[in-house]
Design a binder for this molecule. Structure first.
Ligand SMILES: *Cc1c(COP(=O)(O)O)cnc(C)c1O
Length: 387
């Protein structure tokens, strides 16, 4: 019998018994698709975001696509975004017929470098779609100053930023269109799902149409379809999970921040005692007021190692530690290369995309897990340090 410690995945959702019971109740209720629970979830979220209208969708990708449609973005339009994101961000831009314009990232925040946005604006530019990687927002004052100056819509890909803040205000409680994902890895999950925070009732009605076949109902039996919509509604079974996750969110957030704190301390102490204090391993921005600690990501000093990221990941896996890559530069994917995009056009993103590594972070982790991961990780760095 092996007594090796249990495998630690890079993330894992937490569902308490109350949530599981509520799902069972929803299944027994006789109404399982969108109905009273999704309406309640939308109302609760709207309250959470200070009263702004909120609509829920089947996933974060549909949420962002509908945000673009609500903003009227389509054929011939350009949308400025970041190459370091889940490919959904730019796929939705393509899927409405618009063109993603990739601006390089800031190596410290790993988010779009807003100072480089102005140079990418053309007469076709209609919107900026920033991504808050690992939950860390961009400078929101700078973002909205830019948007106002050039008369651009902002579609915030806040998929990873539920619970993040800017100057004490929740992300989503201000700004233009703000899109969240409730996919299983996200800080708040409905298994799959997403929500969009909108500006007014007209936008909310339009979002509802795009969500369900373009349909408007009148009276008992009247219906009309005047725009092309899809099938992107959130079910009540999923909404019930979201309602319960929302109650637990403050506890999850506290735990995530405590674990992140422990990572900083354990990794720094470990590098020191291994004689690696000069190794340029990059840690996340040490921000404990704004980020929701969706992920804890390091950027590996590959130039000073005799191996690549794959090797580091596989050696971590051998000692029972799961890791992830969030993300390689989107412009390196075949679909994008075939459209003429080049990773070399955004060299910082290219380098970060090759070297970034997500260490495990989720609320159910133990303090001991952080110690074990940090020690194991530093031993691997030490072993592979060039001369
Ligand atoms: C998760 C995620 C999405 C997509 O959300 P889904 O719910 O998986 O469709 C988009 N952008 C970013 C940055 C994400 O992390």
């Amino acid at each position: 019998m092996s007594n090796a410690p249990a495998f630690i995945p890079f993330t894992r959702p937490s569902f308490n018994q109350e949530t599981i019971d509520a799902v069972a109740d929803a299944l027994r209720s006789g109404w399982v698709t969108s109905g009273p629970k999704s309406a309640e979830f939308e109302a609760t979220l709207s309250n959470y975001f200070g009263g702004r209208p909120v609509r829920c969708f089947a996933n974060g990708t549909a949420t962002m696509k509908i945000a673009l449609q609500v903003a009227g973005i389509g054929e011939g339009d350009e949308v400025i975004t970041t190459p370091i994101s889940w490919v959904a961000t730019s796929n939705v831009i393509l899927s409405v017929g618009a063109k993603p314009i990739f601006v390089d990232i800031d190596p410290v925040t790993r988010n779009i470098d807003l100072l480089k946005v102005t140079a990418a604006i053309t007469p076709q530019t209609r919107a900026i779609m920033p991504v808050y990687l690992a939950g860390l927002p961009v400078d929101m004052d700078q973002l909205y100053t830019l948007a106002n100056q050039f008369n651009l819509r902002v579609i915030e890909d806040a998929a990873q930023a539920f619970g993040s803040q800017w100057n004490g205000q929740k992300i989503g409680s201000f700004g233009d269109l703000v899109s969240f994902s409730f996919q299983a890895n996200k800080n708040l999950t409905t298994v799959e799902g997403g929500c969009l925070v909108l500006n007014n009732a007209d936008e909310a009605t339009l979002a509802e149409k795009f969500r369900l076949q373009g349909l408007t109902r009148q009276g008992m039996d009247g219906m009309d379809v005047d725009v092309l919509g899809g099938k992107d509604n959130l079910t009540d079974v999923n909404a019930v999970i979201g309602l319960h996750q929302l109650k637990q969110l403050p506890a999850y957030q506290t735990r995530r921040a405590a674990l992140a704190r422990q990572y900083f301390d354990a990794i720094r102490a470990g590098l020191q005692s291994a004689g690696l204090e000069n190794l340029p391993l990059e840690l996340p921005v040490e921000n404990f007021s704004e980020t929701n600690w969706h992920m804890f990501q390091v950027v590996l000093p590959l130039e000073q190692l005799d191996c690549d990221r794959t090797q580091v990941m596989s050696e971590l896996k051998e000692i029972g530690i799961g890791t992830g890559v969030h993300y390689p530069a989107i412009t390196g994917f075949t679909l994008y290369k075939n459209q003429g995009y080049k990773t070399s056009d955004t060299p910082i993103a290219e380098c970060v995309g090759r070297s970034i590594l997500t260490l495990p972070l989720f609320p159910a982790m133990a303090d001991e897990d952080i110690r074990r991961i940090s020690c194991g990780f530093i031993e691997i760095l030490k072993k592979h340090r060039k001369n």
